[in-house]
Design a protein around this ligand. Sequence first.
Ligand code: UDP
Ligand code: MG
Length: 314
Amino acid sequence: MKKISILIPCYNEQESLPLLYKALYDVMADERVASKYDFEILLVNDGSKDSTLSILRQMHKDDSRVSYIDLSRNFGKENAMMAGFDYVTGDCCIVMDADLQDPPEVMFQMIEKWEEGYEDVYAKRVSRGKESWLRRTLSMQFYKILNKMSKVEMLQNVGDFRLLDRRCVEALKSLRETERYTKGLFCWIGYKKAEVLFDRGDRVAGTTSWSMWKLMRLGIDGIISFTTAPLHLATWLGLIISFLAFVYLIFILVKTLIYGDPVAGFPTLICVILFLGGVLLLCVGILGEYVARMYNEAKRRPGYLVREHNDKLV
Ligand code: UDP
Ligand code: MG
């Protein structure tokens, strides 16, 4: 029998977990899949500060299909997923959130598509659940910009909720970068993709742990790790401004030669200096973003550390 792994990163999800387990239990007991597949639920505790871990231990005790790994601290969702990919054992792996924003019924369609031979079946949101106008607009603009800049096509309104064939899991395992932007990596690995549509619900319990700031960082991570376009932007800005400055220089030179040089133009001077200062700092900043990532990757630290795996300390 083929085995389906369900991978769920959890951070402070004590309220959602019982509901999640119930929903998954119903899916696994459904006649469409129950007799055809073995199931494994792998929960990754990403350094939760509430009682998530003890709930996971209990779930593992009650149901042998549930396993868990406990990371040594909070490494972030991206790295928690990487840990999950290393530990899942199934022929395919379904990634979903703990808060039931990804409706488990969609899994049936995913599994069907997988049986048709697709290797990466991703769920595309038709609606996005409760969310501020600002966040929605920013997210849309972000995808537009990212797609313009990067060579790999990034899918919009597609999250981490998807089914990955073992092949894709192995491919993702081979990408060991620690500054991860997993949404991009899914697109980068390629393979045969198919989509299923779904309505994204609201969180059943708890609150989102993504602040605007964290989302911005993730956005910058996405851009920096998938395109070097900002670096070229710096080059082009430099070229254009140098050219304009050269033209202006000739203009001033000629003007001075013809009309003499009464000292004036202090405001112009300040404007130019401030403007150029700003552009320079921006370019140095862009360089810095890349250098910082190179620095972090060069340290070759593992993306996560595991403290406990199914009742055994690691
Ligand atoms: N999550 C995690 N580590 C973190 C933050 C979040 O493992 O540092 C998990 C969280 O438990 C949930 C999933 O990632 O299962 C998505 O998080 P959340 O619902 O807060 O994000 P949103 O749905 O708002 O994008
Ligand atoms: Mg959520």
